[in-house]
Ligand binder design. Structure first.
Ligand code: ADP
Length: 182
């Protein structure tokens, strides 16, 4: 479904983010920037060595990517020119700052679009796989964070997609979008 916020389209799509025809896709990475399973493994497999080489360089230079922050690498063999890697929080019951950290993942990722000529970006559902963040809660945090960024920033991508792998996750995001009255 498409919803207008200012001039930015927010689209909720069920599918595989490695196939997204956007300028940048976001990876639900770990803070070590070491290849994992889930969406991270899928992106690294599809993008090839250019992604791992760039992650290795960031590991050497900065030690990795702290939870709630984001770093950018080339997209390698992907359609997307860039991969923005963000480390989501592990769910520990909700009282350990998980919501703030998750919101920060979306906002820091969007911040990296500025200055990198990124007009379109696709997000997966960060933290709701192995990291165990309840999807209904994560969807509200994700969409609220994106909405706040779009309302506060002058330079925003014209297209922001959420590419949700399975039907249950897609449904949670659609419900959250309605609840938030976008
Ligand atoms: P995290 O460690 O942040 O929880 P995961 O990769 O385990 O990250 O899961 C995050 C979400 O990404 C889950 O909803 C999972 O189903 C989804 N996912 C896995 N593969 C893909 C893919 N190819 N495209 C989009 N989403 C995916």
């Amino acid at each position: 479904m498409n919803t207008e916020i200012k001039q930015t389209d927010v689209e909720l799509i069920q599918g595989d983010i490695t196939k997204a025809e956007v300028d940048a896709i976001v990876n639900a990475a770990n803070s070590e920037l070491i290849g994992g399973g889930g969406v991270d493994g899928a992106i690294r497999r599809a993008g090839g060595a250019a992604i791992e080489n760039a992650c290795a360089e960031i590991r050497r230079r900065e030690g990795g990517c702290p939870t709630g922050k984001a770093v950018i690498t080339p997209g390698g063999d992907l359609y997307a020119k860039y991969v923005i890697h963000t480390a989501g929080p592990v769910w520990e019951g909700g009282n350990s700052g998980e919501a703030e950290l998750l919101a920060s993942c979306y906002q820091e990722s969007l911040r990296l679009t500025i200055g990198n000529d990124i007009q379109s970006i696709a997000f997966p559902s960060i933290s709701t796989g192995v990291y165990g963040y309840p999807t209904e809660k994560a969807a509200v945090v994700a969409l609220t964070a994106v909405k706040e960024f779009v309302l506060q920033s002058n330079a925003v991508p014209t297209t922001i997609q959420f590419i949700l792998f399975d039907e249950a996750t897609h449904t949670c995001y659609v419900d959250a979008l309605h609840t938030l009255n976008f």
